[in-house]
Write a protein that binds this ligand. Structure first.
Ligand SMILES: Nc1ncnc2c1ncn2[C@@H]1O[C@H](COP(=O)(O)OP(=O)(O)OP(=O)(O)O)[C@@H](O)[C@H]1O
Length: 373
C-alpha cells in the first residue's frame, strides 16, 4: 500500500486557521434513564487538532462523540462549534463528517456513488462532483476504483472509501468512531500512519474514539482519558504517559508497576527498609501510598547492598527483555524492561540476585485508597 500523497486542489481545506477554538463543550451531561453516562464534561478542542477519546469499554467515549454529532443529544450542557451554539441542532445541520468502525458503506452503490453521496444530496454540479471524487480517491490511494462495489474491497480499502466519503463535503470536523478496530493488525498500523498524515495535510479538526492506547499515543495531538463518564486527564501523549495524574491513567496507558510504599517528607518514600527519593507527592501525612514506576525506568545493577531483587523469569521480547523480579526486602513483584546489553552487564539469570535502581524522576506516588478500575 502506498502512502496517501496525491496533490491537493487549492480549495480543499485551504483556509484552516490553527489558533482558534474549534469546539467548546461545557458542562455536558448525558443520562440514559437513571444512568448517567457523561458527567459535566468540559472540553475545548483547537482548530486543526487531532484529539483521541481514550478509555475502557463503557466509559462514555462513543456517547460523547455521538453528542457532538447530534446523534444522541446531551441531557444538559452546551456544544459550541466555531462560535455557534449547535447544542440543539439535528445532525444534518451540523458541520462534520463521520467514519464508523463498521465502514457503513452503501453496499448497493459503487465507490464513486458512495463518495459522491453527500455531494449529490447537496445538488452540486456533476462536473464538480466528478472532480472532487477523483481527487478524494487519489488522496486515499484508491484512484481507478470508482466502479467497484464495497464487497470487492478489502477492509482497509473500504475504510479508506469511508474516509473519502466523510471528507467529500469538506466538513470542518472529522469524527472517527473506532475506525481501525475491525481491521487486522498489519493493515491497522499502516492505515493509522496514513490517516494521521492525511489529517495533518488537510488540517481538519479530528476526534477519534479508541480504546487502544497505542493508537491514541501514536496518532493524537492530545488525548482525553475517560473513565466512568468523566474526563480523568487531558494532555499530549507524552504528558499522559509521563505524568499520569491518577492511578487509573497510569494503569490504562502503558505498562506500570505498582508497589506499596510509605511516603516520607514531601519528595521521599520508604520501600521496605529502603529510603528512596521521588517526585514531590504532597502525601506527607499519609501512612501508605502506591508507588508507580514504568518497567523501562527500572534499572538493574550488579550491586545488591541497597534495593535488591531475585530474578524470577526472563522473557525475550525482541528489542528488549522483560524481567520478572521479586523485591527481596519489601516482598513485592516488579517488572523491568532492559536491553540485552544491560542484562549482560548484570549477568542476568533466573534465580540470580540483582540490585535495583529506581530514578527519582520516574517514580510517582498516588494515594493508597485510589483503586484502579
Ligand atoms: N442507548 C443507550 N441506552 C442506555 N445506556 C446506554 C446507551 N448507550 C450507551 N449506554 C451506556 O452508557 C455507557 C457509555 O457507553 P459508550 O458506548 O459511550 O461507551 P464507550 O466508552 O464508547 O464503550 P465501548 O468502547 O464499549 O464502545 C455504557 O455504560 C453504556 O451501557
Amino acid at each position: 500500500m502506498q502512502s496517501m500523497t496525491a496533490a491537493l486542489s487549492p480549495g480543499l481545506y485551504a483556509e484552516v486557521k490553527k489558533s482558534d477554538t474549534h469546539l467548546a463543550i461545557t458542562q455536558l451531561t448525558k443520562r440514559f434513564g437513571d444512568f448517567t453516562a457523561l458527567k459535566q464534561i468540559d472540553l475545548e478542542i483547537q482548530e486543526g487538532e487531532f484529539v483521541c477519546f481514550l478509555g475502557p469499554s463503557g466509559c462514555g467515549k462513543t456517547t460523547l462523540l455521538r453528542a457532538i454529532a447530534g446523534l444522541a443529544p446531551q441531557s444538559s450542557g452546551k456544544i459550541i462549534q466555531r462560535g455557534c451554539d449547535v447544542s440543539t441542532l439535528p445532525p444534518q445541520e451540523r458541520d462534520f463528517g463521520i467514519v464508523f468502525q463498521s465502514y457503513a458503506l452503501f453496499p448497493n452503490l459503487t465507490v464513486y456513488g458512495n463518495i459522491a453521496y453527500g455531494l449529490r444530496n447537496r445538488r452540486e454540479d456533476r462536473h464538480c462532483i466528478r472532480a472532487r471524487v477523483t481527487e478524494l480517491l487519489a488522496l486515499v490511494d484508491l484512484a481507478g476504483s470508482e466502479s467497484k462495489y464495497p464487497a470487492a474491497l478489502s477492509g482497509g480499502q473500504q475504510q479508506r472509501v469511508a474516509l473519502a466519503r466523510a471528507l467529500a463535503t469538506e466538513p470542518s470536523l472529522l469524527l472517527l468512531d473506532e475506525p481501525l478496530s475491525a481491521l487486522d493488525a498489519r493493515v491497522r498500523v499502516n492505515l493509522r500512519g496514513q490517516m494521521k498524515a492525511l489529517q495533518r495535510r488537510l488540517g481538519v479538526t479530528t476526534i477519534m474514539v479508541t480504546h487502544d492506547q497505542e493508537e491514541a499515543l501514536t496518532m493524537a495531538d492530545r488525548i482525553v482519558v475517560m473513565n466512568h463518564g468523566v474526563i480523568e486527564q487531558i494532555g499530549t501523549p507524552e504528558e499522559v504517559y509521563r505524568q499520569p495524574v491518577s492511578e487509573f491513567v497510569a494503569t490504562f496507558v502503558g505498562s506500570m508497576n505498582f508497589l506499596d510504599a510509605v511516603p516520607e517528607g514531601s519528595s521521599g518514600l520508604r520501600l521496605g527498609s529502603q529510603c528512596l527519593k521521588c517526585l514531590p507527592h504532597g502525601l506527607d501525612d499519609s501512612p501508605r501510598a502506591r508507588l508507580a514506576v514504568r518497567p523501562e525506568d527500572v534499572a538493574l545493577t550488579p550491586c545488591t547492598t541497597g534495593l535488591s531483587a531475585t530474578v524470577q523469569g526472563i522473557e525475550f521480547l525482541g528489542a528488549f527483555l522483560r524481567v520478572r523480579l521479586h523485591l527481596d526486602d519489601s516482598d513485592q513483584p516488579l517488572l523491568a524492561d532492559v536491553s540485552a546489553r544491560d542484562a549482560e552487564s548484570v549477568a542476568l539469570a533466573v534465580n540470580g540476585r540483582v540490585g535495583i535502581s529506581l530514578p527519582a524522576a520516574a517514580i510517582r506516588l498516588y494515594p493508597a485508597s485510589e483503586v484502579a478500575s
